[in-house]
Ligand binder design. Structure first.
Ligand code: SF4
Length: 240
C-alpha cells in the first residue's frame, strides 16, 4: 500500500525536456516552514500499488517520464522501489524529488538502476545546521543531506540540486554559501522562486516575493562558483 497524495497526469514543468506524470507520496520527515504541499504531511490515504500502476499505464501514451514527489518519496521505500521498477519496465524515465534525508535508500535505488534523475533539495547552507533545522525541523538534517549529496554525485544518474528562496528568509548570502560548498559539482543547480502565499507558516506568507530581476541576480551569485545554474520562476518556468 502507498500513502498516496494524488497525481499530475501530464506536465512539461517537472522533468526538464520531458513530458511527465507526477505522483505524490504523503508523509515527510521534514516540516519546512515554507512547505507548499503541507496538506500531504498529515492525512493518510492508503492505496494499493496496482491502482497507481493503472494510472501510469493510462498516461503511458502521453508521457516519457514519471516523477515521484511528495512529501518525501523515499520515506515509503518499498512502494517507491516497486513503482520505479514498474515505470522502468514500461520504458519510461524515473525522476525523484527528495529532501535528502535517506542517503542509504538513494544509494540502493541508484545501484539498482531505478533512478534516471534525482532532484535533491539543499534547503540552506550545509555548514549551518542551526539554520537548516530552523527551516526544516529535525536536528542533524545537514549530515544526512550531505551524505545524500555525496551519494548522488558519485552515482550514475543525473542530478539536479535545488534551493528554494524566499525574500527575507534565504537570499544572496545563503546562495553564495551553498554554491561555494558545491564548487566543482558538474550537475545542474537550480534556484527556485518560493511562493509565499502558498507557504505553511504565517511568517513566510507575508514575505514579499522576489522579482524576476532579483532571481537573475541570485543566478549571477551562484554562477561565481558553478557552471550550470538555472532559475525556476512563476513568470518564466525553468531557465538554464
Ligand atoms: S521536504 Fe518538501 S514536502 Fe517535506 S516539509 Fe519540506 S517542503 Fe514540505
Amino acid at each position: 500500500m502507498i500513502n498516496f497524495g494524488g497525481t499530475i497526469d501530464v506536465t512539461t514543468l517537472d522533468y526538464p525536456g520531458k513530458v511527465a506524470m507526477v505522483i505524490f507520496f504523503r508523509g515527510c520527515p521534514f516540516r519546512c516552514i515554507y512547505c507548499q504541499n503541507y496538506r500531504l504531511l498529515f492525512e493518510e490515504n492508503l492505496v494499493k500499488e496496482e491502482v497507481i500502476e493503472e494510472k501510469i499505464k493510462e498516461a503511458r501514451a502521453f508521457i516519457s517520464a514519471v516523477v515521484f514527489s511528495g512529501g518525501e518519496p523515499f520515506m515509503q521505500f518499498d512502494g517507491l522501489l516497486s513503482l520505479s521498477k514498474y515505470v522502468k519496465d514500461l520504458g519510461l524515465l524515473v525522476g525523484i524529488e527528495t529532501c535528502g534525508y535517506y542517503p542509504d535508500r538513494i544509494r540502493e535505488l541508484g545501484e539498482l538502476g531505478l533512478i534516471d534523475t534525482l532532484f535533491l533539495d539543499v534547503k540552506a547552507p550545509l555548514d549551518d545546521p542551526e539554520m537548516y533545522t530552523r527551516i526544516t525541523g529535525p536536528e542533524r538534517a545537514t549530515e544526512r543531506v550531505k551524505d545524500s549529496l555525496n551519494v548522488a554525485i558519485d552515482a550514475d544518474f543525473e542530478l539536479e540540486v535545488r534551493t528554494t528562496v524566499f525574500n527575507g528568509l534565504l537570499g544572496s548570502e545563503e546562495i553564495l554559501r551553498i554554491a561555494s560548498s558545491l564548487e566543482g559539482f558538474g550537475g545542474r543547480y537550480v534556484i527556485q522562486e518560493g511562493i509565499p502565499d502558498l507557504a505553511a507558516e504565517d511568517e513566510i506568507k507575508h514575505l514579499p516575493p522576489f522579482t524576476y530581476d532579483q532571481m537573475l541576480d541570485l543566478r549571477e551569485v551562484a554562477s561565481r562558483y558553478l557552471k550550470r545554474v538555472g532559475i525556476r520562476t512563476r513568470e518564466h518556468g525553468l531557465e538554464i
